[in-house]
Design a protein around this ligand. Structure first.
Ligand SMILES: *Cc1c(COP(=O)(O)O)cnc(C)c1O
Length: 387
């Protein structure tokens, strides 16, 4: 019977210790959560600015629902594009300095829409080997050839570009890599995009709200010039504390995406109340200088604390300037055991193993948030030291 194969595939996951399970959380997102009935200090969320449970966002969402109802009722191109959606696009353009923006229901969907709208069969995508799964899927969906260069290696990228005879080229990269926390060398990638006349598509899921002037993102962090070849994706599920995503770029490019990105055209618009809350979130992000400074102080405190004894344990603290702070342990079981021992001390840190990361680089992925206090970080460091 056709469904029997699934039962076998599930038991294969069990025997390889790869079956994932969900914790049930009975509290809002925050530094402390109640997970599976137990109170935990959490270093798992992407809520970098601590906005996910901000009272003003909660209120904006409620007020938005009272004013605009619960659902948009249709796709943007039919009758689902309400005033708050329009205002949000304008506000995001103003905030990021991009000529125009377009919102999507998720970062995954934005990536899956943008890439195939810009390149197709006969074209070539040049992608960092550590790109997020949604960029990999987007590249596959586009039917362009998908060449992956070693992580952050712009010299290798240059060789691939020079050897390519493709009609159109696209450089595709995360701005901040989600399992390592490091930054793509965007100025070098932009120089190559200019030299080889390629698109530069940058997924800034982890940079938006955190990096750059007033949290405008990684392009601002590097001071990249405006260019019609740059397309950037920001997501709202991380620092913005909500859900959804936007694409920023040249006016014609955005108009083309509005016409042709399939994950924009063929899906229901997000609830207008969400757009209302996002307008508030952009204001909070722009005014969150104190939260970003606090976050930077926490990053320095964690790195200094763990740095003091990491060598004795043969741990490697990844060279990350962002709230994503991976502690590379190496061995899978050692990483799992460490996560379990933290869990026993009521601290949640995810252990990340292959195939999510390369073999021999299993790690604890600590995510810091402005919602953490210095003593939260100290508690994590002390528990790691004693475990
Ligand atoms: C989280 C993430 C996404 C997906 O965004 P969602 O809005 O959660 O769908 C895309 N790219 C990167 C790099 C991410 O980290």
């Amino acid at each position: 019977m056709i469904a029997d194969g699934i039962a076998a595939a599930l038991s294969a996951l069990d025997s390889e210790h790869l079956r994932r399970r969900r914790r049930i959380v009975d509290s809002p997102c925050g530094a402390r959560i109640e997970a599976d009935g137990q109170l935990k200090l959490s270093f798992c969320s992407n809520d970098y600015l601590g906005l996910a449970n901000h009272p003003e966002l909660v209120e904006a969402l409620c007020a938005g629902a009272r004013r605009w109802g619960a659902g948009a009722g249709a796709s943007h191109l039919v009758s689902g594009h309400l005033r708050p959606h329009e205002l949000l696009e304008q506000r995001l353009a103003e905030f990021t300095g991009m000529p125009r923006t377009l919102t999507f229901s998720a970062g995954y969907l934005a990536n899956l829409g943008v890439v195939p709208a810009l390149v197709g069969r006969g074209d070539a995508i040049f992608a960092d080997r550590l790109n997020h799964a949604s960029l990999i899927d987007a590249a596959i969906a586009s039917r362009a050839t998908h060449q992956r260069y070693p992580h952050g290696d712009s010299a290798a990228l240059e060789r691939l570009l020079a050897a390519s005879t493709a009609r159109r080229k696209m450089i595709l990269t995360d701005a901040v890599f989600s399992m390592d926390g490091d930054l793509a060398p965007l100025p070098e990638l932009f120089e190559l995009a200019e030299r080889f006349d390629a698109w530069l598509v940058v997924d800034d899921a982890h940079g938006f709200g955190v990096l750059g002037r007033d949290g405008r993102g990684t392009l601002s962090h590097f001071g990249l010039p405006a260019s019609p070849r740059i397309v950037t994706i920001g997501t709202f599920g991380k620092a913005a504390g909500l859900a959804g995503a936007f694409v920023g770029g040249d006016c014609n490019v955005i108009e083309w995406l509005l016409q042709r990105a399939r994950t924009y055209v063929f899906t229901t618009a997000a609830p207008p109340a969400l757009a209302e809350a996002l307008l508030k979130s952009v204001d909070l992000i722009a005014a969150a200088g104190d939260r970003r400074s606090h976050l930077l102080a926490l990053i320095a405190r964690l790195r200094q604390g763990i740095g003091a004894f990491a060598d004795q344990r043969r741990w490697r603290l990844a060279d990350s300037p962002t709230p994503i702070q991976p502690i590379v342990i190496g061995d899978n079981e050692a990483a799992l055991a460490l996560a379990a021992s933290l869990d026993a001390s009521s601290i949640l840190v995810p252990a990340i193993r292959p195939p999510t990361v390369p073999n021999g680089t299993a790690r604890l992925r600590v995510s810091l948030s402005a919602a953490h206090s210095e003593s939260d970080v100290d508690q994590l460091v002390a528990t790691l030291r004693d475990s």
